[in-house]
Design a protein around this ligand. Structure first.
Ligand code: SF4
Length: 290
């Protein structure tokens, strides 16, 4: 039941009247594992995601270079003040996304979902949406399967790597996976999930990979917060009935082509974009001088 495109995924979901997450579970079953084993393994991923999404909310975690750290605590304190413009859900999601990024940058344990650089988006989105929607632990695990099916199709047809396709391929894919999963959690159809993934990719198309000093810290952590917000707002857009004019498969192809046409300076080499701004270079020199 391997699918190589969003269209094939939808055909299978409609043929067997199953959700995207159920497709992903059945695909894993075909690899010879029992349903119980598959769920147990994904549950372990969820636990690590929960740990990394919560830890830096109450602990000032500094990255190894000292470049980032403490922002998740700031967001969490701000949340407690109840003064946010965009509401608790958004601030909580941003805090969790940055918590994961800070844990990652301090060499803590995260789930690369799909990469270490974009590790905060999926946990932030799934946990925060799950809280709001009163989902059980089993339902959060199920949502991770929906996200994984979308990630598999992007990986097959494009790339998940910033070095190959820019940040659109890392943070963009993570946000697309998260948006599709949240739509399923909210009761949307498989088609609606792919509309959400498509809209997210369209909105992040062209984002370059330009980490300061080559470290997965700046601008990565804040791009995780931004990706989480994009996933959640897009899920709402789609649940209201909004559709993507460009189908998911086309957006994936476009992302890959755009990524391939990016010069190497903008694909994780730290030779372009923010990495070579006067401040970017100054920060790099400070770190290397340590
Ligand atoms: S800027 Fe590059 S290293 Fe940082 S999250 Fe994006 S793709 Fe990953």
């Amino acid at each position: 039941m391997f699918v190589s495109s969003g269209k094939e995924l939808l055909d299978i979901c409609y043929k067997y009247r199953i959700s995207i997450s159920e497709y992903a579970v059945r695909y894993e079953e075909e690899m010879g594992r029992s349903r119980e084993e598959i769920f147990d393994k994904m549950k372990k991923n969820l636990f690590v995601m929960q740990e990394s999404a919560e830890y830096a909310l109450n602990n000032e975690v500094k990255s190894v270079s000292g470049l980032i750290g403490g922002d998740a605590v700031k967001l969490n304190n701000y949340l407690k003040q109840g003064k946010s413009l965009t509401g608790d859900i958004m601030v909580r999601a941003m805090a969790r996304a940055i918590s994961c990024s800070e844990v990652n940058a301090s060499m803590g344990r995260i789930v690369a979902s799909p990469t270490a650089g974009s590790c905060g988006i999926l946990p932030a989105v799934i946990i925060t949406a799950g809280e709001k929607l009163n989902k059980t632990e089993g339902e959060l695990v199920q949502a991770l399967f929906a996200a994984s099916a979308v990630g598999m199709i992007i990986a097959y047809n494009a790339t998940l790597s910033g070095a190959e396709g820019g940040c659109q391929a890392e943070c963009g894919s993570a946000a697309a996976m998260g948006a599709a999963a949240v739509v399923e959690m909210m009761g949307g159809t498989p088609e609606m999930s792919l509309h959400a993934a498509a809209i997210v990719i369209k909105n992040i198309l062209g984002l370059v990979c330009d980490p300061i000093a080559g470290l997965v810290e700046v601008p990565c952590a804040k791009r995780n917060a931004s990706g989480a917000v994009s996933a959640l707002t897009t899920a709402d857009m789609v649940m209201s009935g909004v559709k993507s004019k460009i189908p998911f498969d086309d957006t994936v192809t476009a992302m890959y082509k755009v990524g391939k046409s990016l010069p190497c300076e903008l694909r994780e080499t730290a030779m372009g974009g923010l990495a070579v701004t006067p401040t970017g270079i100054k920060l790099k020199n400070q770190i290397l001088g340590k």
